[in-house]
Design a protein around this ligand. Structure first.
Ligand code: CP
Ligand code: NVA
Length: 308
């Protein structure tokens, strides 16, 4: 607990298995308090700034509602409205905001920008998604898997589709927590080699596999995960990507190769009929809305741990 105070949360790679486990445990307690209607305001008087250079439903609303529920205040800072959008340096922004706020959440393109912000800020910086990582999502995902499956170690997660920010954070989070992870992606859309190597290095009791073969990936899987084929910023590549990923759809046929009680997960937003069929995402094995709800609880735990 003491090792988390004042820290940044830029990637799960920076967090130990024990620290991730602590956050999951805290999130579980915080979720229970909310279910019981208990008031819990350890961040009274604290302010979180939330910088968005990309769209968001879940991240924005769960952080904003979360900080309010913890007794604090959230400021939504669209990059169109703050001076970053007109070229003010990230380092200057970081130094200025550190004088006003108690924490900053940022969603942007380059991971380097989040690192620059963190380096120049004297308050915790939380990565709310970059082109490379989406660690807050994976915290909620791990909580969801734990809730549904009872534990994490020894499970297998198959991720089908683009080797993007989700694939990267899932590989790292799963490897750290003892979950086998298999990524199935077309050759030119596989995860960055550096991230695959990083995740492989974290895997002690688990395996990290990257393949083009969807059936190999889902064999014996307990969790099947998918994400959009064209991420934010890649809209112009939609048609090209639809072609490249055509055989990477999660559907009934693919599901039949996984374990019988396998669950379906997706960070959302989803495109039914592209990366996943409606019968799967809206079917009995899908946990996507439980997963989305857990964003709130997991990020409240994160804010309490870092900003408390
Ligand atoms: N999963 C997720 O981060 O959703 P938003 O883009 O709506 O925040
Ligand atoms: N890979 C997606 C995730 C959205 C939450 C994107 O970056 O747009």
């Amino acid at each position: 607990k003491e090792t988390l105070k004042g820290r940044d949360f830029l990637t799960l790679a920076d967090y130990s298995k024990a620290e991730i486990s602590y956050l999951l445990e805290l999130s579980k307690r915080i979720k229970q308090k909310r279910k019981n209607g208990e008031i819990y305001e350890p961040l009274k008087g604290k302010t979180l700034g939330m910088i968005f250079e990309k769209s968001s439903t879940r991240t924005r609303v769960s952080f904003e509602a979360g900080i309010y529920q913890l007794g604090g205040t959230g400021l939504f800072l669209s990059s169109n409205d703050i001076q970053i959008g007109r070229g003010e340096l990230i380092s200057d922004t970081a130094k200025v905001l550190s004088g006003y706020l108690d924490g900053i959440m940022i969603r942007t393109f380059a991971q380097k920008d989040v690192e620059d912000l963190a380096e120049n800020a004297s308050i915790p910086v939380i990565n709310g998604l970059t082109d490379v990582y989406h660690p807050c999502q994976v915290l909620a995902d791990l909580q969801t898997i734990q809730e549904v499956k009872g534990s994490l170690e020894g499970l297998k997660l198959a991720y089908i589709g683009d080797g993007n920010n989700m694939a990267h954070s899932l590989m790292i989070g799963a490897a750290k927590m003892g979950i086998d992870v298999a990524i199935a992606a077309p050759k030119e859309y596989q995860p960055l080699n550096a991230v695959t190597e990083l995740a492989t290095g974290f895997a002690e009791n688990s395996q990290v596999v990257v393949t083009e073969d969807v059936v190999e990936a889902v064999a014996n899987a307990d969790v099947i995960y998918s994400d959009v084929w064209a991420s934010m910023g890649q809209e112009a590549e939609q048609a090209k990507r639809e072609k490249a990923f055509a055989t990477y759809q999660v559907n009934k046929e693919l599901f039949s190769h996984a374990n019988k009680d396998a669950i379906f997960m997706h960070c959302l937003p989803a495109h039914r009929g592209e990366e996943v069929t409606a019968d799967i995402i809206d079917g009995p094995q899908s946990v996507v809305f439980q997963e989305a709800e857990n964003r709130l609880h997991a990020q409240k735990a994160l804010m309490v741990a870092l900003m408390g």
